[in-house]
Write a protein that binds this ligand. Structure first.
Ligand SMILES: [Zn+2]
Length: 239
């Protein structure tokens, strides 16, 4: 059956890729439109989970035997990435998980390789019931397909108050001991494990979850978040 020119134009319009952040048309297989790309700042620091401090070379820390894991954040929270986090988390815009995973693949200083395991930071039961999904798990699944890794949702989380507005030391206390390995789950032998989350601030959440994985037999654990949010200058999400 012949397609009329009008139908063909409409078809072209629907088949064209659009920027997942703003909806404008993309010229080719770009991740985001050029205007949205301008609102992204790459995160150029690695952070150590047990202290939240920035570091140049994680091997210096790994060799000291100091507790903690390196946390790689791909981009700064300010600007577009923070908006994407809020929309993904609170507006049910689940399609943005693919954009988040794409941004991690493009901007992270270090990436998981095939054979590595991605473990999403779980949501507490109450939070998951309210939202109906866990944004970190959505990002991990998309990231797994882009990186050739497996995503294993093997941690549970006790309900605890929000981290928002707490001091760094209270944040650490607030998430201490809240993560557990699910029943009948185990860490695959010899695999590097990447804890995936949307935001790192003090890295205390990653630190607490990493402790469980290391106690459960993981040899090497890394944190991998879409954004890094400075407590001082970036906006705090009050929800
Ligand atoms: Zn855009």
């Amino acid at each position: 059956m012949a397609i009329s020119p009008l139908s063909k134009n409409l078809l072209d319009l629907f088949l064209k890729e659009v920027c997942p952040a703003c909806g404008s048309r993309l010229d080719d297989s770009e991740l985001l439109c050029p205007w949205c790309e301008l609102r992204i700042d790459r995160c150029s620091e690695i952070h150590w989970s047990s202290t939240g401090t920035s570091l140049r070379d994680p091997s210096d820390y790994l060799e000291t035997g100091m507790t903690g894991v390196p946390v790689y954040s791909s981009v700064m929270y300010r600007g577009l990435p923070g908006e994407i986090v809020v929309r993904l988390k609170f507006n049910s815009e689940k399609h943005l998980a693919a954009a988040a995973a794409g941004m991690i693949m493009r901007y992270s200083m270090k990436l998981p390789v095939p054979g590595d395991i991605l473990v999403p930071i779980p949501a507490g039961r109450k939070r998951k019931r309210e939202r109906g999904y866990n944004q970190a798990a959505l990002i991990a699944v998309k990231l797994a397909s882009l990186s050739g890794c497996r995503s294993l949702d093997i941690l549970t989380r006790d309900d605890s108050p929000s981290q928002v507005g707490l001091s760094p030391s209270l944040r650490r206390q607030n998430v201490a001991g809240i993560f557990h390995l699910k029943d009948r789950c185990r860490i695959p032998d010899g695999a590097d494990v990447w804890l995936v989350d949307d935001v790192a601030t003090t890295c205390s959440t990653i630190d607490s979850a990493a402790g469980v994985l290391l106690d459960s037999g993981a040899l090497l654990v890394w944190g991998l978040t879409l954004t890094y949010r400075k407590r001082t200058s970036d906006s705090i999400v009050h929800r």
